[in-house]
Design a protein around this ligand. Structure first.
Ligand code: SF4
Length: 339
């Protein structure tokens, strides 16, 4: 291998697979691949778009000025003025060349398992899934949270940026006003995917600045998208209290994350996941919040408005769509220096 990216493994596998055409090579490779992948492959003659049979990650087809486009999120099509035609189907191979677009069945799966974490956090809110705008799904998650975990408070705020739509949804459903109370430093990246604990801690410190004039003396509901390791959340609670919040009530628009992801989301090992080892009451005490409420799996599915049979929910339920050997750690394929 010439790189350290896992995409190269797939490229090599396809190149070495048997078959007289690229479609047959890709199909042969798909028969051997397990897990999450959305691929855009370019040969001298054609562009191929390929989605894993479970449809774990998104992949969209667009059209602009008579040309076809492939994007991992639909918002990318909007930016170039392209029209969303449809999603690439789970297990589908799309071939696009100068004669147009052809669709082939790459591999059949008895079930689908789109990553529900895309809808909670990963995808941009201006993307669409199954024809629905993700921003509106997140608002609905906040509204479900307000129904499941009501509390008396003076204002609702969200941890920017990804939890803002859910905070607006919570505010609307509860009748408590929404206010921005944390300002995000836009030059710092996402904290849970920073490589080590020191960098993550520094990231939180640099990431948010609270507004004391908004918070002073107030009972605050703060909505966040998830609690992974529990690194960020206590710091956010401390920031809000230091800026004068009288009470801090945490509301999380995901259920407790108790299982690691083996399908491409670099979250944490099971040992690092706070909800894998602590009860909800213990997590609440750890964060320093006055109360903590997680959205239930049922509430999450009501908010997205689609059947649970279409989704991977494994980080909440441990029910992996592809069997995971118990002894397999998430670092099993990493070189020691990269861990
Ligand atoms: S385990 Fe969680 S993050 Fe990973 S694909 Fe499934 S739902 Fe997404």
């Amino acid at each position: 291998f010439g790189t350290t990216t896992d995409s190269e493994v797939i490229g090599q596998l396809i190149a070495l697979s048997p078959g007289p055409t690229w479609v047959e090579k890709i199909r042969a490779a798909m028969a051997r691949l397990e897990g999450a992948y959305s691929l855009a492959l370019l040969t001298h003659e054609a562009l191929y778009a390929v989605r894993d049979p479970l449809g774990i990650r998104p992949l969209a087809l667009g059209r602009y000025n008579g040309s076809w486009l492939v994007a991992s999120e639909t918002c990318a099509l909007d930016h170039v003025g392209a029209e969303l035609v449809r999603e690439v189907e789970p297990g589908e191979i799309v071939e696009i060349d100068r004669n147009g677009l052809r669709s082939y069945l790459g591999r059949v799966s008895p079930r689908q398992a789109f990553c529900i974490f895309e809808l909670i956090y990963l995808a941009r809110p201006d993307s669409r899934f199954s024809g629905r705008l993700i921003y509106l799904m997140r608002e609905a998650m906040g509204a479900e949270l307000a129904r499941e975990h009501p509390v008396e408070a003076d204002l609702v705020t969200g941890v920017p940026d990804s939890a803002i739509p859910a905070a607006i949804g919570y505010a609307r459903a509860s009748g408590i006003p929404f206010r921005e109370a944390l300002i995000k430093n836009r030059y710092v990246g996402r904290t849970f995917i920073q490589p080590d604990q020191r960098m993550r801690a520094l990231g939180v410190q640099l990431k948010f600045n609270p507004l004391p004039e908004v918070l002073r003396g107030k009972r605050v509901v703060v909505v966040d998208d998830s609690i992974v390791r529990g690194t960020t959340t206590p710091r956010v609670v401390r920031l809000l209290r230091a800026a004068g919040a009288r009470e801090v009530h945490l509301r999380i628009c995901a259920p407790p994350i108790r299982w690691p992801c083996y399908y491409g989301v670099d979250m944490a090992t099971r040992e690092e996941l706070i909800a894998a080892h602590k009860s909800v009451a213990e997590v609440a005490a750890w964060t320093g919040a006055d109360s903590l409420g997680y959205l239930s799996v049922e509430g999450l599915l009501r908010a997205v408005g689609l059947s649970g049979s279409r989704f991977c929910l494994a980080c909440f339920t441990g029910d992996y769509p592809v069997p995971i050997p118990e002894a397999l750690g998430k670092y099993v394929l990493e070189a020691p220096a990269a861990r």
